[in-house]
Ligand binder design. Structure first.
Ligand code: HEC
Ligand code: HEC
Length: 497
């Protein structure tokens, strides 16, 4: 069997529409163009377990190398012949999976199944970032979605849970039925540890995905390479908790409870669903926008709020547990950044990063108010593309997944984030630059020194001159103060701003 698609990744990224792009003409394709340049270094591994105190986290695992670059343009079309034809997006998803080291076994799949699996592969590898947490680190290297990485459960109690093995291994892999899988992503119910819910797994985001997209991810997980890895060998330690019933009504944002659009009516790219799960009031004048802009905004909201989970890192804190409805988004500070992340110690020397802070994406003056090309470069190259001399983005921004989004999806995310009502006043947060890790002063910039493993500026005027969780001395003399590292119990380390 042969799978064909007219387009390669390159063409997709160059802005080909993702919807309805099914390739309808038969015909063998000509030789493929030459291989693209090798991809950038892989993203760092998932966060390790938290240590007992201070900055001494226990372990963090190294990342994998980047996938290869995109393939070159396809050659001329050859004479026609029979072929299974799937959409460009599905074909692209299958290519992404193979590039991630998980070639899909397509041998017994029908055209409809291939289409579904390919879409699931795209969601999993380009947006959901499932492998960022579920990757295993076996003796022979990284293993796709095979689980095992420990995560500290947020909140009190030093609880620890382990990412599960999501591969179809008979003994240790994903053993949930399709319905159980959907239930766990929609209600948080943990089918493996009865009487509890999933604690770290971002189901409060994924629950808003369409049933078809959840099924597509499930179908994909059934055909990736099986890896035997007993991620449950170390039992999750967690308190009893109740699953959150899924009622099909969006009640997590500012607007009154909104029923999700019916799933049996057409909703291409889940634009309507995205509009229904938009936590803030619509931008002013939204009704007068051109239809294609409204569609991009809706698609962007779907990707941001149901799949990518930008809120989980770029809103501090992301949820308001005090409200009567569980998991209401903290809409007051939605996407205004300020969450502090401690880079796991083993990753610090490799990334030259010690602490990072998520950016304010929607501040009036201090948000990431850039043009689309700059936004695109930031997400696809993983650098602060708005700086004159772009430096790498801080951990754990999942740009290694996001860079695989189609150009149209990145544009949708941009259209959404860029057009949300700007945050003003105290919500227009000035976020701090990441604190760089160092072993000696030579590794720091001019006018900086290496102290206690991080680069500190020799002089500062105010905290704005300091990196994340460093403080400017309190003496009234300006230009002669130091940015001091905070005490290990600094509230900044856990709370951010
Ligand atoms: C932030 C890290 C993180 C991300 C991202 C993540 N997961 Fe998880 N997931 C976990 C952890 C940890 C667990 C285990 C227990 C818990 O959270 O309490 C888990 C559990 C699960 C389970 C339950 C498995 C079982 O056997 O019962 C499923 C299914 C699952 N994840 C699927 C996914 C899919 C699909 C994605 C991407 C769309 C994803 N996860 C993304 C961390 C993550
Ligand atoms: C797992 C946490 C996490 C998630 C999820 C996440 N981000 Fe980030 N993001 C960060 C962190 C941390 C930084 C700051 C990095 C730094 O200082 O270099 C960042 C930086 C950025 C930047 C760079 C801003 C600049 O000034 O250069 C952009 C743009 C961005 N994120 C957009 C997004 C969008 C859009 C999403 C969802 C599609 C998203 N992020 C999801 C953690 C995250």
């Amino acid at each position: 069997m042969e799978i064909r698609s007219r387009l390669t990744w390159g063409a997709l990224l160059a802005g080909v529409a993702i919807a309805g792009g099914a390739c309808s003409k038969d015909g063998a394709t000509g030789p493929q163009g030459s291989q693209g340049a090798t991809g950038a270094m892989g993203a760092p591994g998932a966060m390790g377990a938290k240590g007992d105190k201070g900055d001494m986290g226990q372990m963090g695992l190294p990342g994998t190398n980047g996938t290869d670059g995109t393939t070159g343009p396809m050659g001329e079309r050859g004479p026609s012949g029979p072929a299974i034809v799937i959409s460009d997006l599905a074909q692209y998803g299958l290519e992404l999976s193979a590039a991630a080291g998980a070639p899909v076994n397509t041998s017994s799949l029908t055209q409809a199944q291939l289409e579904q699996v390919g879409r699931g592969a795209y969601l999993t590898n380009a947006i959901g970032g499932c492998n960022d947490c579920h990757q295993a680190f076996g003796p022979a290297g990284p293993e796709f979605l095979a689980g095992g990485t420990p995560f500290p459960v947020p909140g009190p109690g030093n609880q620890l849970v382990y990412a599960r093995n999501l591969t179809p291994d008979m003994a240790t892999g994903l053993r949930l039925t399709e319905q159980e899988f959907i239930d766990s992503l929609r209600t948080g119910i943990d089918h493996k540890v009865m009487g509890t819910t999933l604690q770290v797994m971002p189901w409060p985001v994924y629950r808003w995905m369409s049933t078809a997209d959840l099924k597509a991810i499930y179908a994909y997980l059934l055909v990736i390479p099986a890896v035997a890895n007993d991620a449950m060998a170390m039992p999750d330690v967690k308190n009893q908790s109740m699953p959150l019933p899924f009622t099909g009504v969006y009640d997590t944002g500012d607007s009154p409870p909104t029923p999700l659009p019916p799933e049996d009516a057409p909703d291409p790219d889940y634009v309507l669903r995205g509009l229904a799960i938009q936590p803030l009031a619509p931008p002013s004048g939204f009704d007068t926008w051109a239809t294609d802009q409204q569609a991009l905004f809706g698609r962007g909201s779907y990707l941001v709020n149901a799949v990518a989970g930008c809120n989980d890192c770029h809103t501090n804190p992301p949820y308001n547990f005090a409200s009567s409805t569980p998991f209401r988004i903290n809409t007051d500070v939605y996407l205004t950044g300020g969450t502090v992340f401690r880079v796991p110690p083993p990753l610090q020397p490799r990334l030259h990063q010690k602490r990072t802070m998520s950016e304010n994406l929607i501040g009036q003056n201090h948000g990431f108010n850039v043009s689309f090309p700059v936004f695109l470069a930031t997400l696809t190259q993983g650098v602060h593309a708005d700086d004159p001399d772009p430096t790498p983005l801080g951990w754990p921004m999942p740009w290694m997944s996001f860079r695989h989004m189609t150009r149209q999806d990145i544009e949708a995310v941009y259209t959404y984030v860029r057009n949300l009502t700007r945050a003003t006043g105290s919500r227009d947060k000035i976020t701090a630059e990441l604190a760089r890790a160092c072993a000696m002063t030579m590794e720091c910039g001019t006018g900086e020194r290496c102290q206690q493993g991080e680069c500190l500026k020799d002089t500062c005027l105010s905290a704005a001159d300091c990196s994340v969780c460093q403080t400017c001395g309190t003496s009234t003399v300006t230009m002669s103060q130091s940015c001091n590292p905070p005490a290990s119990d600094s509230p900044c380390l856990t709370n951010g701003i």
